[in-house]
Design a protein around this ligand. Structure first.
Ligand code: NAD
Length: 296
């Protein structure tokens, strides 16, 4: 079993670190929030006084931080100077492709091993150890990371070289936003046409309009009892997080010269929902914006 430094123990990181402990690893925890560290210690981790201290004693490092600027700052400011040569870094944060390639490239240049390994699945999947990891990095670094990521997820998939994990993540989430908005529009129209939501679900979930947004994460109350729609649109996956991922997708599309008109429209709609106070609601709550009941 390994000594693993875990940096960033928020909504996602706390559950992931607990699963590494359950798998028998020794976890050295650091977060800027003392409460987050205390929570990790309750789950069996040891507290580290700084990111550098956590990393110095570890053979592998997991980071689960909010955005690219945090990842750049923590790796360049603290981790690179403290880690032993050959240490394996796994950045599981969702960040821009350019930052992932920059930090990963620097790590490899300095003689470390690095994979970008963003996740699909929310807080429940982080706690339950059922995340899907989309991994970018060399085949050798992927093989080294797989054993640790397996302890936190149900699927660990190599997407390609450095940055490819982040590319897969933002393309996936752009597609998710588009299918969610389309599904919400269809339910809102069905309602205006006098069609019962459950009836429309029963038909469309077995017809060509079917998607994960409908059959696993249905945005109207009723058809799938466990979805946020049945719980006041409490997240789940918050609108503000989806908006962040859509901005990353649009930035990447601009840099790469890709046409993503529906991705742009999805970003604009989620920005509108966020501006109207929907940021902390689940992203499926955009149904209420589209059926005109938001704010009622
Ligand atoms: P969070 O804000 O709950 O956690 C981030 C943690 O990082 C916080 O505890 C914060 O104190 C800590 N942190 C920030 N800067 C730090 C630093 N310099 N040193 C040490 N700790 C620092 O966020 P989250 O929901 O856990 O999300 C983390 C990442 O996972 C994000 O990139 C997000 O996009 C991605 N993600 C989230 C979800 C979700 O459903 N929440 C799903 C998939 C992916």
């Amino acid at each position: 079993m390994a000594k693993i430094a875990f940096i960033g123990l928020g909504n996602m990181g706390s559950g992931m670190a607990a699963n590494l402990v359950k798998a028998g690893h020794e976890v050295l925890a650091f977060d800027l929030s003392a409460d987050a560290v205390a929570h990790a210690v309750n789950s069996g981790a040891s507290a580290a006084a700084s990111a550098g201290d956590a990393v110095a004693a570890a053979e592998a490092v997991v980071t689960m931080l909010p955005a690219g600027k945090h990842v750049r700052a923590v790796y360049e400011g603290e981790i690179f100077g403290a880690a032993a040569p050959g240490t394996l870094f796994m950045d599981c944060s969702t960040i821009d492709v350019a930052s992932a390639r920059h930090v990963g490239g620097l790590a490899v240049e300095k003689g470390f091993r690095f994979v970008d390994a963003p996740v699909s699945g929310g807080v429940a999947a982080a706690q339950g150890g059922t995340l899907t990891f989309m991994v970018g990095g060399s085949e050798a670094d992927f093989a080294a990371a797989e054993v640790f990521l397996d302890a936190m997820g149900k699927a660990v998939l190599r997407a390609g070289d450095l940055g490819a994990g982040q590319a897969a993540k933002i393309c996936n989430n752009m597609l998710l936003a588009i299918t969610m908005i389309g599904t919400c529009e269809a339910f809102a129209l069905a309602d205006k046409l006098g069609l019962d939501a459950q009836k429309f679900f029963d038909i469309s979930s077995r017809a060509s309009g079917q998607s994960w947004s409908m059959t696993s994460y249905c945005p109207v109350p009723g058809p799938i009892p466990t979805t946020p729609a049945n719980n006041g649109y409490k997240p789940g996956f918050a609108t503000a997080m989806m908006l962040k991922d859509l901005k990353l997708a649009q930035d990447a599309a601009q840099t790469a010269g890709a046409a993503t008109p529906l991705g742009a429209q999805a970003e604009a709609l989620y920005a509108m929902f966020d501006n109207l106070g929907g940021g902390a609601s689940d992203f499926s709550g955009i149904y209420k914006l589209l059926d005109g009941s938001w704010g009622d």
